[in-house]
Design a protein around this ligand. Structure first.
Ligand code: GLA
Length: 544
């Protein structure tokens, strides 16, 4: 919980101003996503002072610390219930010198130390490894636990799980906000706060946390990695201004073949996810160390703009992700091309889709060299599960296609399709979500928008080089007549009345003229009274 976050808690309107800063070319340098190691994926609850301090040493001896991996995060499994005095008891067979001694050791190596707890009564290990994790969560002890961990023991990072919160059926927004407020009461003002409740929690989380888990737990399995990559395709708008979608720990070094590790590292990097290694650092294959230390991918991840990358082109299961680097609408972009399919596949990468016009210069982030043969549109053939990663530089073209997947859905709480009915919130009104479909341009569309005041969709990244008049087209669909109010830069400018695409047409276009100002514009679609159509994307074309 950093200083700027406590300010945001006190003054929501100030935060709103901040949250528009991603549209500003003069954006400040944000704190980048954290990089480090965590005990959970390999050691589970089998942790101890020896294990944690040993892994801290290994971060240094492997050169990972020098590459930026400086957090040593202790996950579940260090507690032994709560004493009658209300204080968490430490498992002294594992941590004979207590938790402060471990933080002191980590700090003495020039590294940062991470702590773990739960928003409710029990931690997640309590579900499987009893008696670990029973009655050691934050619920009812928010302030004293935070003061102990961050002022007394001196930790720097806090991951807060939600198994106990779910067990008690707590209101997540209220409870995690209470925890953020407890952190704000600590003297330590540099606590990096991570919310972990396994799906995107809702836009409220951006106001209180530095990062938040967006998916189920990762494990050493290709499908787990692929699902995480795909779920993050429509969460792009929530990363920004120093706050990040957390795609979970890296399973690099845990036995994946190189092609999956390339995809893992490239996708986590371009999405500005925290890079937290989950393996035993003493047992990593050489190629894993090399991927983790890839300075180009680390630069992509730690870039000062701190943004995530939407899908800009797709051919079957080959996805092209692209984002600005160093300067908004500047000449350099990061590009990752991933083949998430099970067969080798080719794609003709379109320079215009990447955001450029004319020839481009392509630098290969895995080979660490220029690729002069890739200057105009270029074809890549990528083995199954593999990825390529590039820095592309050239003359920028104005972006004309904006996917629903890169819009900010104000009422968005990620829900799995099967949990949809259970999670509807509030229960009798539409809860916006994404559906995967081959008919959608980049693979997903947004649906169940509208119907209540807060349920709007907004593109905050609409850029016009000169300003002026544009034709705006919405690619939409709905089986019955529906309305959409269109607002540009906060002003209602048009109403799409009674639009319908019918039952047998998948998508239709609704067009109108809009005037954009020079630079950044915000375009909102809303309907406070009734459901809006499903939205695939918006295109804007300048009147010449
Ligand atoms: C949950 C989290 C994991 C880990 C475990 C610990 O499953 O998602 O990352 O922290 O709890 O029990």
């Amino acid at each position: 919980m950093k200083k700027h976050l406590s300010i945001a808690l006190v003054c929501a309107s100030l935060f709103l101003m901040c949250s528009c800063a991603s549209n500003n070319e003069q954006a400040p340098d944000f704190d980048p996503p954290i990089m480090g190691w965590s005990s959970w994926n390999y050691f589970k609850t089998n942790i101890s002072e020896e294990v944690i301090c040993g892994q801290a040493d290994a971060l240094i001896s492997t050169g990972l610390a020098a590459a930026g991996y400086v957090y040593v995060n202790i996950d579940d499994g260090f507690t032994d219930g709560r004493g009658e005095d209300g204080r968490i008891r430490i498992d002294t067979t594992k941590f004979p010198n207590g938790m402060k001694a471990v933080a002191d050791y980590i700090h003495s190596k020039g590294l940062k130390a991470g702590m773990y707890s739960d928003a409710g009564d029990n931690t997640c290990a309590s579900l499987n490894v009893k008696p670990y994790g029973l009655n050691v969560g934050l619920y009812g002890h928010e302030v004293e636990d935070c003061k102990m961990m961050f002022d007394e023991w001196g930790y720097d990072f806090f991951k807060v799980d939600n198994c106990g919160g779910r067990h008690l059926d707590l209101n997540e927004q209220e409870q995690f906000t209470k925890i953020a407020e407890a952190l704000a009461q600590c003297e330590n003002k540099n606590i990096n706060f991570n919310v972990c409740r396994w799906v995107f929690p809702g836009t409220w989380v951006i106001d209180i946390a530095d990062s938040w888990r967006t998916t189920h737990d990762i494990w050493v399995n290709w499908d787990a990695v692929k699902t995480i990559i795909k779920e993050n395709m429509y969460l792009v708008a929530y990363t920004g201004n120093g706050h990040y979608n957390d795609m979970d720990m890296l399973e690099i070094g845990q036995g994946f073949p190189p092609e999956i590790e390339r995809t893992h590292m490239a996708c986590w990097s371009i999405q500005s996810s925290p890079l937290v290694v989950g393996c035993n650092l003493y047992e990593m294959p050489e190629y894993s160390i090399e991927f983790l230390k890839n300075a180009d991918l680390i630069a992509m991840n730690q870039d000062r703009l701190g943004i995530a990358a939407p899908v800009v082109q797709k051919a079957g299961e080959v996805y092209v992700f692209a984002k600005d680097m160093e300067k908004f609408y500047g000449p350099k972009r990061a590009v990752v091309v991933s083949n998430l399919g099970d067969e080798q596949a080719s794609i003709n990468v379109d320079v215009a889709a990447l955001g450029f016009k004319g020839d481009v210069k392509v630098y290969d982030c895995f080979k660490h060299e220029d690729r002069p043969e890739l200057s105009g549109n270029f074809t890549l053939t990528i083995p199954a599960h593999d990825s390529e990663a590039f820095f592309v530089t050239g003359k920028r073209a104005e972006k004309s296609e904006y996917q629903a997947e890169e819009a900010f859905l104000n009422a968005y709480t990620e829900i799995n399709e099967q949990d949809y009915e259970a999670y509807r919130r509030p229960y009798d009104i539409p809860s916006p979500h994404f559906r995967e479909s081959d008919s959608a341009f980049m693979g997903f569309y947004a649906t169940d928008l509208g119907g209540w005041e807060e349920n709007w969709l907004e593109w905050r990244n609409v850029y016009s080089e000169k300003g002026g008049d544009y034709v705006l087209s919405l690619r939409f669909c709905c089986p019955d007549e529906r309305d959409i109010t269109l607002s540009v830069n906060g002003e209602e400018v048009y109403k799409f009345d009674n639009i319908v695409c019918g039952l047998d047409i998948e998508w239709d276009l609704a067009n109108t003229k809009v005037t954009l100002k020079k630079g950044w514009n915000t375009i909102r679609l809303s309907n406070g009274e009734a459901k809006m159509p499903a939205i695939d994307c918006m295109t804007i074309k300048r009147f010449e």
